[in-house]
Write a protein that binds this ligand. Sequence first.
Ligand SMILES: Cc1ncc(C[n+]2csc(CCOP(=O)(O)OP(=O)(O)O)c2C)c(N)n1
Ligand SMILES: [Mg+2]
Length: 553
Amino acid sequence: MTDHQQPLAADAAIEALARQGITHAFGVPGTTTMHLLDAMTRQDAVRWISTRHEQTAGHMADGFARGAGRPAVCMASRGPGAANLVIAMHNAFAESVPVLAVIGQVDDEIVLRESFEELDMVDLFRPVTKWALEVHDHNRVPELVARAAHATTAGRRRPVMVSLPLDVQTRELPEPAFREAFEVPLPRPAPESLDRAAEVLSRARRPLIIVGGGAEHAGAQAAVARLAEALDAPVAGTWLRKSAFPDTHAAFVGCLGFGALPATETAFREADVVLALGARFAQFTTRRYTLPSPDCAVIQVDVDPEELGRVYPPVVAVLGDARHAAEGLADRVTGSEERAGRVAGLRADYLTESILPPAPEAQHGVSSAAVVSALARARDAHDPIIVSDAPTFAGWMQRYLRVTRPGSFLGNAGGAMGWGLPAALGAKLARPDEPVICVSGDGSFWMVAQDLETAVREDIPVVVVITNNFAYGNTRDRQRTAHGGRYIGVHYDNPDFAAYAELCGALGIRVERDEDAGEAIDRALRSGRPAVVDVIQDRDEGLPPGVLPPGRS
Ligand SMILES: Cc1ncc(C[n+]2csc(CCOP(=O)(O)OP(=O)(O)O)c2C)c(N)n1
Ligand SMILES: [Mg+2]
């Protein structure tokens, strides 16, 4: 029972979250969040999960939001706790994921005296959120907490931070005024803009449709397929958005971005018209802004007006969601035999280039090719969600792992090492009936390995496949190609990760030979337990043949 007479503003904050549809909150407790946690004991709408670091709490909320399609909360206590969260919020911001950070702040009564762990939250989070706010009037807690949660999904999805000073939380609020939750529909594309876009597309000789995360979020797969067929145009995904369009479709020519195949880049380089559906022309997708030719006409469809023309001024800018835009365009465009022939040629090249190269005969440890085969086997047998944290191995999946089901591949284009394990845990909580495999580099896994304990304690059975090359491989490869092979600070030793997993109470399997990888992943998935498959690779194991590290060199 509560030891105070009246409900507090902290209780109202938790109820406001629940009323906005929040079901999961992740975090590390601290002095300034004790009342918020206490309020959670008096309700059961929001499940609290303690993590072993605020970074993982943020990434878990991110993985949950991506898996569920609705926001989750991460919570931290003032200065140090909040600072630990920033990396996760940055990643979610870069990836347009709706995460709400709730921070307990120093009391208003003593703020601005450099009090214990004091740090300006609004300043700290401003660059990594679409809205950062602090509430100073306890009467406004229900309103502003609800608006903060709502803002994560209204318009372009992005993180929001709300800071609640401790003495605001602990004021009595017997009759809070709650807001009703409501959804903001995505903007529908204006028919005139679709008319103009269809005209340009129908006249194009070498069009390319690029589908990004916005298209996947809008559920545009079927509509884009119909458009590609009506227009006779190839379709490319953006970097690591592998499940935005089915690999099996005859118009699909691969994903752009780091590790892209020549056929995919050719489709972009030669295009006279590009239709970008929920895609933002990112650095890797455009090969550092070198792929589109200067005369290429861009038609851009996005729900965020600020994204339209940010990189390339479009000939037609369409404010609206990708699914309705693709549907409207499919009804308007005309096909062409010449273009159909080009699509068939690019597709044939893509299919040839995306055949997995054979594993090298003489090599230490497990080849990356064998890991791709093992993942493909697991995909066929278990239809899992594959979560990619693996910096260097991501290039292998980008090229050679075929993905079809929407929402079945979550890639980390935000860049933060260590996103994978916690994001996989969040995704598993969001979609408990689907198996989840996280593929992580050894360096990345070890940055967040402590949260294997969270997986065991909270019974979240994900399988982590570690491509273990005992190196910051991505960085090592840059030293090889751009710094004359003068290696510094990129090689290290690892503990036995399978033994570590067992110590945490998870299943641990060590794999040392190509032929054992598939069986190990299968066994881990069938165990129904949190599991680590430690795939021992050569110290020089790295990128697919012919792929150079990204960068200027
Ligand atoms: C938090 C963070 N720190 C540093 C980097 C820079 N960085 C990118 S990849 C990488 C090495 C990754 O090593 P590992 O996870 O073992 O994957 P590998 O490249 O060996 O497959 C580093 C240090 C980063 N992206 N994120
Ligand atoms: Mg490594």
